[in-house]
Design a protein around this ligand. Structure first.
Ligand SMILES: *Cc1c(COP(=O)(O)O)cnc(C)c1O
Length: 401
């Protein structure tokens, strides 16, 4: 088995992804001979860079059903999310000071919201149910006359759970409130149409879809309604004034190509990856019995698996799995010894939270790699459970029955 797979195996695609060689190939000329500044209007170096940027803008727009003039390039989803929360608060703050978001957002949303609450804004953090979903009734209850923005992520980065973004979009439209979604985990993985889904603002990041790090985009609706933001960056007025600064041409070219490839391959990848993921879970259950699935059983990204094993601490498990790169969602935060706030918001038991691991498959994951991962995880879990006094007592009780 191990001759067939190259170790270590990367199964942490939620965290970041390898750059697709086809993406890299498109980018390389823009580091070399095509080095022009896309804002240089007086010569062909600038024109060619601008042409490449505009092509990428069209590719990005197409991936989410937007117009290319609605795409603003940024340094990634952290910047896009900050630009929305702070930019909307500044531009629309005179109409109201209430913003609704959820308790399971990425830190960059939660911390931007925290910053705004220090500046006098009122933030409502929506709860989620046991399956990690915001419920539409909770959104409805949270809306007030002074609500200016609803920001709920499209898919969660720990559980892969897809939020009811279409319903939230429709409700926000009905109530005349702007709707933003952090789609960093969702773009290229599930079908998105900002028009049909009533999305006014959408954040994305290239490195989550086999593109390069440090580049992303923000969709800002231009019609019905025309959305405006106070910019975070002041300067040369690039990106229609929404985001000053010399454009990262190679990165933008990479983001465009990454969007194009992900859109082309989406249907095939949804079936291939969801098959591999479901196979992984069912084999683990066959070998290990009880395995808890954290997150929504069906409304979930096709490549996401967040699971816990009884009497197994995820830190111990991840430490044993040296040739597989996965994440223990609690260890992510273990410097501060804080368990995952996402799983905590789902009100899962402490044991489940401390035992959770996140597996993320992706474009370059193979069946052989999944087979190898199954064998390694089964072996490691059995060893840890064999050394657990509480597990042995439970097993003995079960046998007596
Ligand atoms: C990765 C991620 C981000 C941050 O994106 P960067 O481009 O790395 O700044 C934000 N939100 C979610 C849901 C993410 O998964």
């Amino acid at each position: 088995m191990s001759e067939k797979v190259k170790l270590p195996i990367y199964l942490d695609y939620h965290s970041t992804t390898p750059v697709d060689p086809l993406v890299l190939e498109q980018m390389l000329p823009y580091f070399k001979e095509e080095f022009g500044n896309a804002s240089s209007k007086s010569h062909c170096f600038g024109w060619r860079a601008e042409f490449a940027v505009e092509k990428a803008r069209t590719q990005v727009a197409k991936a989410i059903g937007a117009e290319s003039s609605e795409i603003v390039f940024t340094s990634g989803a952290t910047e896009s999310n900050n630009a929305v929360l702070i930019g909307i608060a500044e531009k629309y703050g005179h109409l109201g000071k209430h913003i609704i978001t959820s308790s399971i957002e990425h830190k960059c949303i939660l911390e931007a919201a925290n910053y705004l609450s220090r500046k006098g804004f009122d933030i409502t953090l929506l709860p989620v149910n046991k399956e990690g979903q915001v419920e539409i009734e909770e959104v409805r209850k949270a809306i007030r006359p002074d609500t200016i923005l609803i920001s709920v992520m499209m898919a969660n980065n720990e559980t892969g759970t897809i939020q009811p973004f279409k319903e939230i979009g429709a409700l926000a439209k009905e109530k005349n409130i702007l709707f933003h979604t952090d789609a960093a985990q969702a773009v290229g993985k599930i079908r998105i149409n900002v028009k049909e889904d009533n999305i006014d603002l959408l954040s994305m990041s290239a490195h989550k879809l086999c593109g390069p790090k440090g580049v992303g985009a923000l969709f800002v609706r231009r019609r019905e309604p025309r959305v405006v933001l106070e910019p975070l960056m002041h300067g040369g007025g690039q990106e229609r004034g929404f985001r000053s600064g010399t454009l990262n041409v190679p990165g933008i070219v990479g983001l465009g190509k990454a969007c194009e490839i992900a859109t082309e391959k989406m249907d095939a990848e949804i079936s291939r990856l969801s098959y591999l993921r479901d196979y992984l879970l069912s084999e683990l259950r066959k070998e290990l019995g009880e395995v808890t699935l954290n997150g929504h059983p069906t409304d979930r990204l096709p490549q996401s698996l967040n699971i816990s094993f009884p009497h197994v601490a995820s830190d111990a498990l991840v430490a044993r799995l040296k040739s597989i790169a996965i994440s223990s969602t609690s260890a992510c935060m273990s410097a501060a010894s804080v368990p995952s706030y996402v799983l905590a918001a789902m009100k899962l038991s402490d044991e489940v939270i401390h035992g959770s691991i996140r597996i993320g498959l992706g474009r370059f994951t193979t069946q052989d790699e999944v087979n190898y991962a199954i064998l390694s995880i089964v072996k490691a879990v059995k060893e840890i459970q064999a050394n657990s006094p509480t597990f042995q007592r439970t097993e003995a009780r079960m046998e007596q029955k």
